[in-house]
Every structure is written in C-alpha cells, then in structure tokens.
Design a protein around this ligand. Sequence first.
Ligand code: HEM
Length: 218
Amino acid sequence: MFSNCSQPLSIRLKEGTRAAHHAAENTPFMRELFSARLPLDAYRVFLVQLYHIYTALETNAVIMQSDATLHFFYLPALFRHSALEEDLRFYYGDENWRDIAPLSATETYVQRIRVLSQEWPIGLVAHHYTRYLGDLSGGQAMKRIVAKMFHLASEQGLAFYNFPQIQNYTAFKNDYRARLDAMPIDDATAEIVVAEAKYAFELNQKVFTDMMDYITSV
Ligand code: HEM
C-alpha cells in the first residue's frame, strides 16, 4: 500500500505538533510531575483520567480492526486499559476509584474520541499517535520520575509505562512511523489528520489544566 502524500505523514505529524508538544511539556502540571513534586493523590487522580481516555481509545479501536485503512493501527500490544487498572488497584487499594467522575476536560477528550469513531475513524489515528508514541517516548522518562517520587521499589505502580509485548521501543516506533507513512491518504486528508493531532495535544493540555485546578482545590 502506498501513500498519496507528498511528505511522509510521520514527518508531518512530528513537525506539525512540535509547538503543541513544547507547550504540553511546559504546562505547570507536567513541570510539577517532572520535578517529582506531585502529591500521590494527584497522581492517582491523573491515572483515573488516563483510564477514561484509554478506555475510549481502546473500545473504539475495534472499529480500526475491521477497516481496510486503519487495521494497521489495531495494535493490542499498545493497549493501556489493563495496565491502568493494575496501577489504579495498586494506588487505591480498597478504595473504589471506579466511582471517581472524570474531570470536565477528560469528558471532552473522551467525547471527541467517540465522535471521531462514529463520524471520521481516520481521525482516531491522530489520537493513537499522540498518546501511544508519547508513552513510548517521554513516557519512559516519566516512569523514572514516578518511581523516584513515590519511592517505588519494584515495578508495582508502574504498569502504565511498561509494554511487555514490545521488546524494542525504538524499533516499534520506527515500525509505527512506517505504518503512518503507508496510509493511503492524500495531502488534504493528511493535513486534517495533523490538525486533529494538534487538537489531541490541546485536549491533553486541558486535562493538565484541570489537574492543576484539582490540586489547588484540595
Ligand atoms: C514533560 C513532558 C514530556 C517530555 C519530557 C517528553 C519527551 C519526549 C521526547 C524526548 C520525545 C522524542 C523521542 C524520540 O524522538 O524518540 C517525545 C516524543 C513524543 N511525545 Fe513527548 N514528552 C512530554 C510530554 C508529552 C505529552 C504530554 C504528549 C502528548 C500527550 C507527548 C507526545 C509525544 C509524541 C506523540 C511523541 C512522538 C513524536 C514523533 O516522533 O513523531 N509528549 N516526547
């Protein structure tokens, strides 16, 4: 299968979201996290947000499985739903985290994933890229910070960052980029996919803003 794009989609996505990535990296919430200053309660509430987001992504991924263009992105090795459940069990113990309502920005994010899966499934690729390639990249640095921040002596509480079915993260990311580049889409569609990825970064940033509001309200 060959793309009809004049520039590979992987490059377009990386370049098109560079500013959005920089902005997300520099949000107060990410700064708190990367400075290892996040309270434990804030971190576990953040995991609840991720749980809702990945549940939406992975429930709707079923649509990808049977789609001629999208089935290359149906990659269960990336799924985070069970890993997040494992971490939430670890951090909440007997407390019922399932009753914690998602923050408003999380609801907006989840709603966008639902709308795309109904109306424009190709747009799901932008969300897939934004979250999973991020998890395989900066997410790995985040793992070290979280382990240090909460004095974790083992892998318990870090399942979200571990992809046991992926041996070599760099090779996997390169393969993922090749899948992006092989998508049979034209320039105009590629532009809309990049715009959706920028929006995905924005949605993440909104979740970080809501998280900071949560932290300052408790
Ligand atoms: C302080 C927070 C962050 C740090 C330190 C960070 C760090 C990095 C680094 C070093 C890379 C490049 C890895 C490589 O080229 O192999 C990367 C890539 C990436 N990050 Fe982040 N990141 C952060 C936040 C985020 C956030 C919030 C998102 C989105 C939710 C995100 C999404 C991505 C994506 C999609 C890529 C892949 C870019 C590409 O190669 O096309 N990152 N990140």
